[in-house]
Design a binder for this molecule. Structure first.
Ligand SMILES: [Zn+2]
Length: 232
């Protein structure tokens, strides 16, 4: 049987069919952290991650960080998703950076894998990763949409790059170009909670000129390396 792995998703609506392969489910704000934990307890194929997503930084309660830290200390969960999104209008970049830096430090201190969301903030993400160091328990960028050159820089720092259903969209040729050139050893595939993993896998295999089976096996092995102890 072919082995699959979905490197990034979210809680699916109640009633929707839960996939039967291992997958990463990320919490994004204080109100869904407990639900992600409960879901991971009910489904052993789920790797739970908890974080404060850049979209929700400004609406977070003053206690979000100690609360997140105590959940991470008391449960086997990863850190994320968190990161920087400078495509958002009127966003407070400094607040986003402070929240991301705090979560990056937690991933280091608690030795947890880290899942990052990065949109139009490549220069700053690279700066922050250089300043704080890349967390050694596994670090990935989800829905990678940067250039092949940025991909090379991230890979050389040991960061895994995950590609989403964006590769299926006709207007995303730059994403396909990055997917074509990324090292097989640092490549992951994901649904982001919306795409069909088999379609992403098939298209990615076509773009890279490899078989679907070998790509499935490679990305699952990379998932094991990226999420380490949390991989189930
Ligand atoms: Zn996500």
């Amino acid at each position: 049987m072919t082995a699959f792995f979905d490197a990034h998703g979210h809680l699916l609506d109640a009633g929707s069919r839960q996939p039967d392969y291992p997958r990463v489910v990320c919490g994004t704000c204080e109100s869904d952290w407990e639900a992600v934990l409960a879901h991971a307890i009910s489904d052993e194929r789920v790797i739970p991650m908890l974080g404060l997503h850049p979209w929700f930084v400004e609406g977070a309660s003053p206690k979000w960080l100690p609360r997140l830290e105590s959940l991470l200390r008391s449960h086997p969960v990863g850190m994320g998703e968190c990161g920087l999104d400078f495509a958002r209008k009127d966003t407070d970049r400094l607040t986003q950076e402070a929240a991301f830096r705090a979560q990056l430090r937690l991933a280091h201190d608690l030795h947890r894998p880290l899942a990052m969301h990065v949109v139009r903030a490549w220069g700053r993400i690279l700066d922050l990763l250089r300043e704080e160091g890349v967390p050694p328990a596994g670090t990935m960028v989800h829905a990678y949409a940067g250039s092949p050159e940025t991909a090379r820089k991230l890979q050389s720092m040991g960061v895994f790059l995950s590609f989403s259903g964006d590769i299926l969209k006709p207007d995303r040729s730059k994403v396909r170009e990055s997917l074509r050139t990324v090292d097989a050893t640092h490549l992951l595939l994901e649904t982001d909670g919306t795409a069909d993993l088999m379609r992403v896998l098939e298209r990615a295999a076509e773009i890279r000129g490899v078989t679907r089976e070998s790509l499935a096996a490679q990305t699952r092995e990379n998932g094991r390396r990226c999420f380490q102890e949390l991989f189930r």
